[in-house]
Design a protein around this ligand. Sequence first.
Ligand SMILES: Nc1ncnc2c1ncn2[C@@H]1O[C@H](COP(=O)(O)OP(=O)(O)O)[C@@H](O)[C@H]1O
Ligand SMILES: [Mg+2]
Length: 236
Amino acid sequence: MTRTYAAVSNKGGAGKTTLVTLLAGEYALRQERVLLVDADNRQNLSGWWRLCNEKDNVPDHIDVTVASTQRSIEAAIKDRGDMFDIIIIDAPGVDSSLQTTIIRSSQLVISPIQPAIKELEAAGQVVAAVNDMNDQFDLHIAHFNVRTRISVPARNLEAYRYIRPFIAGLVAADYRTALLDTELFERNIYREIQNGLGTLQMQDLTETVRKARVEVQALVDEIEQRRASLKLGDAA
Ligand SMILES: Nc1ncnc2c1ncn2[C@@H]1O[C@H](COP(=O)(O)OP(=O)(O)O)[C@@H](O)[C@H]1O
Ligand SMILES: [Mg+2]
């Protein structure tokens, strides 16, 4: 069955679109057919896709569609979903009714968190939104947080050190969420591919690309392992 994931944070510039393109490239490399849904009317994701087309860097196994209304998102999933193994929705950076549609359509919601207090607040709001939806409609939508734009100095920031206890506090308060161990570092290559260079996984394997690839592989492995163990937990 097609699975649907979404990158959601109420904060613009949190790293959603970057996360979506990195995941797409890795799943595609694993021979999964990936449909990306650009639900953000700023159209950063479809802008990347247009540039990839112009520069002849179209990745295999990936397609991108724009759907920035409730109806078009639901239609994209219903009409095209069957042709793909995984759909990843890139949400807009505002809390809107569209966000409700996106979360409700997903089995997994991922929120990128940069080491800053505002980012944590935004992720906390998504955790609450996902949990409300689960309670209200008796759903089992999973929620993961992934730290992004991390650097060695950033790890010394108070905001960085506060991420883990913040998520632990939500879990202790019975919210269904988890902090992924894998972090995305601040990397120029993550920015550069947005200029139509295709996916990270299509780049020449320089040392910097290799490091980034290892990071993204670990991220996808962790996401899938955690999903599998959640499913086992649900069945029990
Ligand atoms: N891990 C990262 N390393 C370097 N730059 C990043 C990283 N994540 C995001 N960025 C940059 O930060 C900006 C905002 O990221 P973006 O993914 O567009 O956020 P959002 O989709 O949440 O608005 C972009 O310029 C992007 O290239
Ligand atoms: Mg975006």
